[in-house]
Write a protein that binds this ligand. Sequence first.
Ligand code: SF4
Ligand code: SF4
Length: 95
Amino acid sequence: MVETKKKKDIPKIDIYKAWCKGCGICVAFCPTGVLATDEGGYPYVKDIEKCINCGWCEIRCPDFAITVGKKTKEKEKGEIKSEETESERSVAPRE
Ligand code: SF4
Ligand code: SF4
């Protein structure tokens, strides 16, 4: 019962293998052991339920190869921004 509630707060970890060089920094810095290294030396999400969304893996990755999904209102902000741009455009300079 409680698990269902917890799952809502679990962030999403994306690892872009094309950019990852397998340095292992993200695995080393993850404080809760979410990440592990596979046979090829690349990181993978071993236990996402342990993720506390601290963002260390993303901050420490030198190649921007890992991102942590955050629940922010960026989408809303983006909408407001586009509205502002439209209103700015409607103010056309006089000839
Ligand atoms: S956000 Fe923090 S807890 Fe989650 S995988 Fe990255 S380093 Fe680990
Ligand atoms: S820190 Fe970045 S480059 Fe290094 S193993 Fe992790 S995802 Fe790959």
